[in-house]
Ligand binder design. Structure first.
Ligand SMILES: [Zn+2]
Length: 319
């Protein structure tokens, strides 16, 4: 068992990558900026980017990050784990109060002020310990003020491994503006909604550094829920938009403390994380553990099991 905190960025413990395609099986709508107010007659365009001679649709990495953080919060809350919204002025470092004892004196600090004080005193390890003990799981995984995210989401483009554009089609539909409060039609207002027709494959990549098995399991369950339709992507989801399947899933992991001839993913957190035996699933190449297709899904299933066990332990500690 390694004693280094996985939130520390000065030590390289593990790198994990999830890759594959998100294929929309119902219309997908990721709009440009904020939706205009009801009653205005506008075209609601989808985001697109110039690629060679074409304008192609894409799913911004920031949209995926927002989706994953929000559902990770819902899942953690469903286990009774306290999480913050991550919004400015509401994040753990800004709202948590911590009693800190130094040379026999106890003092109460806002988490952020205590961390800054420890850093000023050249105690970065102590500062990281304090962050680790007091920040919620979302802040640790997705980042917080002054603390970098452990997970990065690339923009997802309809482009294959050889750089060729995959088939896509824009569609549009005329909508009638409905007053959300009264349910009445707003003065006959029409608007044109653009979307990406079903069947477009967007290549995604999620890179994680130093995430323990249970945190990979939490991410994995979101990938799982997108694939089985419990989580929809983009806008207009209440009208059936944004259903997707995950295709060609590949997971690659490089770990610096592999056990059992490199086929057991070791626990990264005492009393919370668990070792995961992957000897029956893995292909080892160039120092990386590779999991393809069905085996990647089986790995996700095992990591989800570690997450469920960890969630009840995290909740117990909080009480
Ligand atoms: Zn938090």
């Amino acid at each position: 068992m390694r004693s280094t905190l996985w939130t520390s960025s000065s030590t390289f413990l593990r790198e994990a990558m999830f890759k594959g395609y998100i294929e929309n099986v119902s219309p997908l709508r990721i709009g440009v900026g904020r939706e205009p107010p009801l009653g205005s007659r506008v075209d609601l365009a989808v985001v697109r980017v110039r690629y060679g001679e074409s304008d192609i649709p894409y799913i911004p990495g920031s949209s995926l990050k927002g989706l994953f953080r929000s559902y990770a919060g819902k899942i953690a809350s469903s286990y009774g784990i306290g999480v913050c919204s991550g919004l400015s002025r509401e994040s753990c470092v800004e709202i948590k109060r911590v009693i800190y004892e130094e040379e026999g004196f106890k003092e109460e600090y806002i988490l952020r002020n205590l961390i800054e004080r420890l850093l000023r005193n050249r105690e970065p390890l102590k500062a990281m310990e304090v962050f680790f003990k007091n920040a919620c799981i979302l802040c640790k995984m997705f980042g917080s003020m002054g603390y970098r995210s452990k997970i990065s989401f690339s923009d997802a483009y309809p482009i294959d491994d050889e750089g060729r554009i995959l088939p896509f089609k824009f569609g549009s539909r005329t909508g009638i503006a409905i007053d959300r409060r009264t349910g009445a039609v707003v003065g006959g207002a029409l608007y044109e909604v653009e979307y990406v027709e079903p069947g477009c494959k967007f290549k995604f990549e999620i890179r994680c550094s130093n995430l323990p098995n249970y945190a990979l399991g939490l991410l994995g369950s979101i990938i799982h829920m997108i694939d089985n339709g419990e989580i929809r992507i983009g806008g207009f989801t209440s009208r059936g938009y944004g259903l997707a399947r995950i295709r060609d899933l590949n997971i690659s992991i490089r770990d610096f403390a592999l056990k059992g001839e490199g086929k057991i993913l070791p626990s990264l957190e005492v009393d919370v994380d668990e070792d995961v035996d992957v000897s029956d699933l893995v292909e080892v190449r160039d120092g990386w553990l590779h999991f393809h297709y069905d085996k990647a899904w089986t790995l996700i299933g095992r990591l989800e099991g570690v997450w469920r066990n960890a969630a009840s332990k995290i909740k117990r500690v909080e009480k």
